[in-house]
Design a protein around this ligand. Structure first.
Ligand code: UFG
Length: 326
């Protein structure tokens, strides 16, 4: 069974393609390689195309007749969205509209969509579960919230069934190090810390040490990419079994500060991580931790690899062999 994977050459999409292939599906990657890597497409056919090109998407449906879609393709950097909101509305929202319209036209009505905890914004003392009111702080979160609404509208009118996953912070890599996290430029905390361990960069700047948290740095809920893609397979099966549209947080409910992550990297690698104290990064929420077990209860999701040492160990293994061509 062919599954169309938009963004299959990216960090999370490439791990999903591996998991799909292992489960007996054929992942068909549709990716413009703007942030993904050709070398990461190892588990099925590849179409180089852009979601803002409706004709290219139509051809992909005609050629491969996918039964369902995993929709990862998106720009996802808060700092970039703060500087250039139009880019995010055009790429993430218009691109998704083209994909969903083509899906409807070709009768492919099951869609698993990558959304984000950034749709919740910064809500002090509010438990972030799926019923929490979404109030994004930036155009990235707003673009994802808009696509969630788009899916509901197309569900009501055209019968699109969707599972929306609101990711917390994804980290780690394929334990076999076949694929992993590789961004240029890199902005994410774990690979930056490992770059510092490896001496590829001088150190890590901690963005803000005066937040109202125990150690003054921001708190995030980290999920292992392997656990995250397990949830996608469960979401795909949920849809193929005819269950209804549903939104799920993907986080573990444990919060780690920036300093916690750096300390864990020191312990796992047994190496030093030089740090510099810097200013707050615009658009950052103070604390984003999932307050929901819905995915565990309803999808039977078991995020068993999402411990900080395991995520850093797997990311570190990958970091030492990462060789996508630049
Ligand atoms: N951080 C640093 N120094 C760095 C990089 C990051 O201190 O060099 C801090 C950030 O300020 C933040 C934390 O580490 O407090 C995590 O930052 P990341 O960039 O790794 O992740 P974000 O929390 O900013 O972003 C993630 C996803 C986004 C999503 C966002 C929701 O990558 O797609 O969560 O806020 F939008």
């Amino acid at each position: 069974m062919n599954i169309l994977v938009s963004g299959g050459a990216g960090y999370i999409g490439s791990h999903a393609c591996k998991a799909l292939a292992q489960a007996g599906f054929t992942p068909v990657t549709f990716d413009n390689l703007s942030t993904g890597w050709r070398d990461a497409v190892q588990f099925g056919p590849f179409i180089q195309g852009d979601l803002t090109d409706a004709e290219a998407i139509g051809r992909a449906f005609e050629t491969y007749e996918p039964k369902a879609i995993l929709h990862f393709a998106a720009l996802s950097r808060v700092d970039e969205a703060m500087r250039n909101p139009g880019l995010y509305w055009r790429n993430n929202v218009l691109g998704s509209l083209n994909l969903i319209e083509a899906a409807v036209e070709h009768g492919c009505l099951d869609i698993v969509f990558s959304s984000t905890c950034a749709t919740y914004g910064d809500q002090d003392n509010v438990i972030l579960d799926e019923t929490t009111q979404q109030q994004p702080l930036n155009a990235y979160g707003a673009s994802k919230q808009a696509v969630e609404q788009m899916l509901r509208d197309f569900g009501a009118t055209h019968g699109v069934r969707h599972v929306v996953f609101r990711y917390f912070n994804v980290a780690g890599a394929d334990p076999e190090a076949q694929v992993g996290e590789f961004h240029r430029p890199e902005t994410h905390l774990v690979p930056i810390v490992l770059d510092a361990v490896a001496g590829v960069r001088d150190g890590v700047t901690i963005y803000g040490t005066d937040y109202p948290t125990e150690d003054g740095t921001c708190i995030r809920d980290y999920v292992h990419v392997s656990d995250l893609v397990d949830a996608h397979l469960l979401g795909l099966r949920w849809l193929l079994e005819g269950k209804g549209s549903r939104a799920f947080n993907l986080g573990t409910g444990s919060g780690f500060s920036v300093r916690d992550v750096i300390d864990a990297a020191r312990r796992v690698t047994n190496m030093d991580v030089p740090t510099t104290l810097g200013d707050r990064r615009p658009g950052d929420a103070i604390k984003l931790v999932s307050g929901s077990n819905r995915a565990e209860h309803e999808l039977n999701w078991k995020p068993c690899k999402s411990t900080m040492p395991q995520m850093i160990e797997d990311a570190w293994r990958w970091h030492q062999v990462a060789d996508y061509r630049e």
